[in-house]
Write a protein that binds this ligand. Structure first.
Ligand code: ATP
Ligand code: MN
Length: 454
């Protein structure tokens, strides 16, 4: 008999119509309650948060069942007298695949700390929290493609290994086949120094300057030694890039995209969101509905600095025009001042990347960051400098090597267009949508300084 996923049973449009049907389900036992000759078995197959309750009256089978055992159960669905579920199964036959020692299996009933669960990443997906995180993560990835594809953006695959020298310098992981790193890079695999990418933006710009609207969605690597709850050494980034677009269009796209993703999970992942609302962040659903419905706040960097200076709050890091905003400042602006996501624009040129478009005032650039409560920066973007002479002057002023940017400059020489884009850290979006607090708990196999286990 072919397998039915538990989600199809418990989330059926009309569960009562399934009563009396014979089905076969497969999964892992969460709990067994009962006696030798009669037991309630809770089975989970990961398709949904809820377990299917299976009733067995076969003493021989029941004797083999423990938390963690894998099985296939075949039997009749019946309306459940219990109030936790609409349907349960009266098992006719249970086939045990893998036994599971009650003494050794770490995922017994009691709740474990997220920290401990990270040390057993091979079993962690079997917990309610991690299962819900992974289902929402998958839904957000799907929503991402849906949003951009519906708007006519082309999905481009930018390289993971980069030979371009114009990216983030010290934060990059070197890729090499040399045994002895003192050897000349010309002897290396690619005949030069290569790194893992820190962003697909520059390559996305190349394609946007031909296909107009594009986006990337891929793994990104940063060797920053920041042990925070919001940084990973390997994370996933979404980077849309739009030709014939300015900062305003960029801000609109970013807000629409974030709201689309939140609406998508509200419409498609309610069971998991209710779980997070109950056990992880009380008030999550209300917060998400508010984000989905109301427009984001928007202020300039200069206004942000004024707000922070007047704030009735002592910050650890100084606030002064020209200094970068720290995470405590970002959180104050979104969490306490605006009480919603806020787009901060027009940062001082000195604290932003060389490619951001110079504003008329000669001091600021057309940058925008979106800051959200609890997390701080979730999106960083800008309009790009499309004027060849201004970009050349900037590269020279920063003491950068013009040769390293030859193709980037040629894009400005041959049919240059105003264009803009942004980068969103996918794991920060998952944090935002679930209320989870540590970025290590929203990616199945986190990489952080000192940790590349599993
Ligand atoms: P932060 O100031 O928080 O370190 P950033 O300014 O270095 O971020 P950008 O270079 O603007 O980040 O990257 C775009 C987006 O990628 C950020 O808004 C954030 O959502 C995400 N991001 C950046 N670094 C990391 C990281 N180490 N781990 C996870 N996400 C990240
Ligand atoms: Mn940024």
């Amino acid at each position: 008999m072919s397998r039915t996923k538990i989600k199809e049973i418990l989330h059926a449009k009309d569960p009562s119509s399934l009563a009396g049907k014979q089905v076969s389900v497969s999964g892992w036992v969460r709990t067994v309650r009962g006696q030798k000759s009669f037991a309630f078995i809770e089975v989970n197959d990961g398709s949904t948060l809820a377990n299917l309750q299976i009733i067995s009256e076969d003493a021989e089978t029941i004797a083999q069942l423990q938390t963690g055992v894998s099985l296939t159960a075949t039997g009749m669905l019946a309306q459940s007298p219990g109030k936790n579920q609409a349907l349960e199964m009266q098992a006719k036959e249970i086939r045990v695949y893998g036994p599971c020692s009650a003494e050794k299996y770490p995922l017994q009933k009691k709740r474990h700390s997220f920290e401990y669960l990270r040390t057993i990443a091979h079993l962690r997906p079997r917990t309610n929290t991690q299962g819900a995180v992974l289902r929402i993560r998958s839904a957000l990835a799907f929503a991402t493609h849906l949003f951009f594809q519906q708007r006519g953006f082309i999905y481009v695959h930018t390289p993971v290994i980069t030979g371009s020298d114009c990216e983030g310098g010290g934060e990059m992981f070197r890729v090499t086949t040399l045994e002895n790193l003192a050897r000349d890079p010309s002897e290396d695999f690619f005949g030069k120094k290569t790194f893992l990418t820190v962003s697909g933006q520059l390559e996305a710009e190349i394609v946007a300057c031909a296909l107009s609207d594009v986006y990337t969605f891929g793994p990104t690597f940063r060797a920053e030694n920041s042990n925070t709850s919001r940084h990973l050494a390997e994370f996933w980034m979404i980077e849309p890039e739009m030709a014939f677009a300015d900062l305003k269009a960029d801000m609109e796209c970013a807000q629409d995209y974030l709201q689309f993703c939140i609406r998508y999970v509200l419409e498609n992942c309610m069971e998991d969101l209710q779980f997070f609302d109950k056990f992880v962040e009380n008030g999550l659903l209300e917060r998400l509905r508010h984000v989905a419905e109301s427009p984001f706040a928007a202020i300039t960097y200069t206004e942000a600095v004024d707000i922070l200076k007047k704030a009735p709050k002592k910050f650890e890091f100084p606030v002064s025009w020209g200094l970068d905003l720290q995470s405590e400042h970002e959180r104050y602006l979104s969490e306490e001042h605006c009480k919603k996501p806020v787009i901060v624009t027009d940062y001082p040129a000195g604290i932003k990347a060389f490619y951001m478009r110079a504003n008329e005032d000669g001091k600021t650039v057309a940058a925008m960051d979106i800051l959200v409560p609890k997390i701080g920066e979730i999106i960083g973007g800008s309009q790009r400098e499309e004027r060849l002479d201004i970009l050349e002057a900037k590269i020279a002023a920063l003491g950068l090597n013009r040769e390293d940017y030859w193709w980037y400059l040629e894009l400005r020489e041959f049919g240059s267009v105003p264009h803009a884009g942004f980068g969103l850290g996918f794991e920060r979006l998952v944090l935002f949508a679930t209320g989870m607090e540590n970025i290590r708990d929203v990616i199945p196999f986190p990489r952080t300084p000192g940790h590349a286990d599993f």
